[in-house]
Design a protein around this ligand. Structure first.
Ligand code: MLT
Length: 309
């Protein structure tokens, strides 16, 4: 046996910087969540966790790249609910989200808000619903590509309103919301980690949040249930993954560092300020993430009846 732990069993992991792939543009919700935990995780592990944005195709480009990385713990993926929707959305997905990854743990739960550019006209969800129904062939909806959370929310919104509106794909919700603020695109369903600042700053018009109860961070914003869309309840869960076959010693070190980061009061405060919540302790584990991924993959496989991408 190797003394001092050879590279293959990860006993001395980490001995160099760790790359975390974020499969969407910098400055968006996934990037925000990742950067909030990367620094405290790196401090715990004694190595820098460097965020690498690998955009495109609703997060499937970055996830695919992570699935092919060496299983040595130096290339990780931080991705969200899209890990569970992509198999139903893409005929030929270049990876299997359950077989090709070793889950580390759930990182965050993030609600979504329905927002529009300020001069669209409607001011309540009722008025927006009517406006969408009356202008469905001209109104534009921004999303981050097929497989993104914003695309999933858009799908649910179309079904709730019985409409089919035009979608404008971006490489992330960061650039997308910039165009909602700028007025180049009409409306969007996006995560509070990305919209809270713009809503509080009055740069966009907000209509509803997809949580059962109102958020402390956005107390004036109606829930979708209050706004007459009870089926539009959605929490964007985020998980940290390593490639399948990554040594167990590496996974457990990453799991410990994730739990330490999520126990950090500064992280919890940042999350709550952005409407996000820290997952339950038992979900900050490989088993917790694996269970959530399996359950959600089955759920969305049912809901998303035909592939889109
Ligand atoms: C992002 O980080 O840009 C978002 O997760 C995109 C999305 O999933 O809507």
């Amino acid at each position: 046996a190797c003394s001092g732990g050879g590279a293959d069993d990860g006993a001395d992991y980490p001995t160099e910087n760790i790359e975390v792939i974020v499969p969407f543009s910098a400055g968006g919700p996934t990037d925000t969540v990742t950067r909030l935990v990367a620094d405290p995780m790196g401090a715990e592990l004694g190595q820098q966790m460097v965020v690498q944005n690998v955009e495109g195709a609703g997060g499937t480009i970055g996830a695919g790249e992570a699935s092919r990385a060496r299983p040595d713990g130096y290339t990780l993926l931080l991705h969200h609910i899209g890990m569970s929707t992509a198999p139903a959305l893409y005929e030929n997905l270049p990876y299997d989200p359950q077989a090709d990854f070793a889950p580390v743990g759930l990182v965050a739960e993030v609600p979504m808000t329905i927002i529009s550019r300020n001069d669209l006209g409607p001011t309540t969800m009722d008025e927006l619903a009517t406006y969408i129904q009356q202008n469905q062939s001209t109104i534009t909806y921004a999303n981050a590509g097929v497989g993104s959370a914003s695309q999933l929310c858009g799908l649910l919104l179309e079904r709730a309103l019985g409409v089919d509106f035009q979608e404008v794909p971006y490489d992330g919700a960061g650039p997308a919301i910039a165009d909602v603020v700028g007025g180049q695109v009409d409306f969007m369903c996006d995560q509070t980690t990305n919209t809270s600042g713009q809503i509080r700053g009055g740069e966009v018009t907000a209509y509803a949040v997809t949580t059962p109860e109102r958020l402390e961070s956005l107390p004036d914003l109606q829930t979708t249930a209050e706004a007459g869309l009870p089926d539009l309840e959605l929490s964007i869960w985020h998980g940290l993954y390593a490639p399948a076959e990554t040594p167990e010693a590496v996974i457990s070190k990453l799991e410990g560092a994730l739990q330490t980061a999520l126990a950090d009061e500064a992280v919890a405060n940042s999350f709550s300020d952005l409407g996000a919540t820290v997952p339950a302790a038992e979900d900050q584990t490989p088993e917790g993430l694996a269970a959530r991924l399996a359950e959600q993959t089955a759920l969305w496989g049912e809901v998303i009846s035909e592939p889109v991408g």
